[in-house]
Ligand binder design. Structure first.
Ligand SMILES: [Zn+2]
Ligand SMILES: [Zn+2]
Length: 314
């Protein structure tokens, strides 16, 4: 399913099977998760996708040598810059991203740099494990940046939050779920996943939060979340794109509250989450679409009509 220009539907096409270059592996793709970032790419909200492009960066498949591997968003880094050299390869300025700079997994075949592929845990089928590769990883990194916060607010209950909620509960944290005003299904979903309270994103929780994680790409949630925070708490913005943040009074930030963003992932994030997944154990809820219905899956995601994560079965 090929993107030729932003704001156009993906087109089903026959393209040559890619040949792996030096250091690359080729995977026969079996599943690829659908991420909100895919929508930002197809909508032209991210500046510089390669075109034409195969999107998709939560790829599960079998390599030519028979290993089952996952391919995440971080597809290549230079390994030498000041970020790479200090354990922050997620910030590498030369990084290349799967399904953005590199062809991704809305396809039957893909090639990837072997050093950035992740071995996948047993006990998860291909479709169930796919959402861990971005929704899970980014959520996990966001949770790490929330520090040791006990009372965690999750804003936007989509693919990421439904995984992170399980990890956070496993770690003994208390959860408060915030969903779009009036979305009763999402509210019930948040409670099912272990939130002790769930309400609308413009509401205040019954207690102050020690940290808030924003998965919804809506800038107005930043001041709303700051309002809900206890002193010293961070608001962690987990998305790659967000609408403008409205101005707000300094007193919302005062008392050492902070606002920060999560960018991309490191391989260490991947290894840690995939080791943790069977221990929790994480159970992903997925809606499965055939590859040729990728546009439909994206539209459902845009409309907020996916419960858990959408995954293409190839
Ligand atoms: Zn680098
Ligand atoms: Zn993603």
């Amino acid at each position: 399913m090929v993107l030729h220009a932003p704001r156009e539907p993906l087109r089903l096409e026959e393209i040559p099977v890619p040949e792996p270059g030096p250091g690359q592996v080729r995977l026969r793709v079996s599943a690829c998760g659908v991420c909100r970032t895919d929508l930002h790419v197809t909508d032209g909200e991210l500046a510089r996708p390669k075109l034409p492009l195969v999107i998709g960066h939560q790829i599960v498949g079998v390599a030519d040598d028979g290993r089952r591997l996952g391919i995440p968003w971080l597809g290549w880094t230079d390994g030498t810059c000041r970020y790479c050299a200090s354990g922050r390869e997620n910030l590498c300025e030369a990084a290349r991203f799967t399904g953005y700079d590199l062809d991704g997994g809305y396809a039957e075949w893909v090639v990837a740099d072997e050093r950035f592929c992740l071995p996948l845990p047993d006990g998860f089928d291909d479709v169930s494990v796919a959402p861990l590769l971005c929704a899970g990883l980014i959520g996990y990194r966001a949770l790490r940046l929330a520090g040791d916060a006990e009372r965690v607010g999750l804003y936007g209950f989509g693919a990421s939050a439904h995984i992170v909620a399980q990890v956070a509960r496993h770690q003994g944290r208390r959860l408060f779920g915030f969903v779009r005003h009036g979305d009763e299904d999402a509210r019930a979903f948040a409670l099912d996943l272990g939130c002790e309270w769930s309400g609308w994103s413009d509401e205040l929780p019954p207690e102050q939060l020690d940290a808030a994680i924003l998965f919804a790409p809506a800038g107005e949630l930043v001041p709303a979340a700051l309002r809900a925070l206890a002193r010293g708490g961070p608001v962690v913005c987990a998305g790659i794109h967000m609408s403008d943040i409205p101005s707000f009074p300094y007193e919302l930030l005062w008392e050492e509250r902070s606002v920060l963003s999560v960018a991309n992932l490191t391989r260490r994030d991947g290894e840690e989450l995939l080791a943790l997944a069977p221990q929790v154990p994480i159970r992903t809820e997925v809606e499965v679409f055939p590859l040729e219905e990728a546009n439909e899956a994206l539209e459902r995601l845009r409309a907020g009509r996916i419960r858990g994560a959408a995954v293409l079965r190839i």
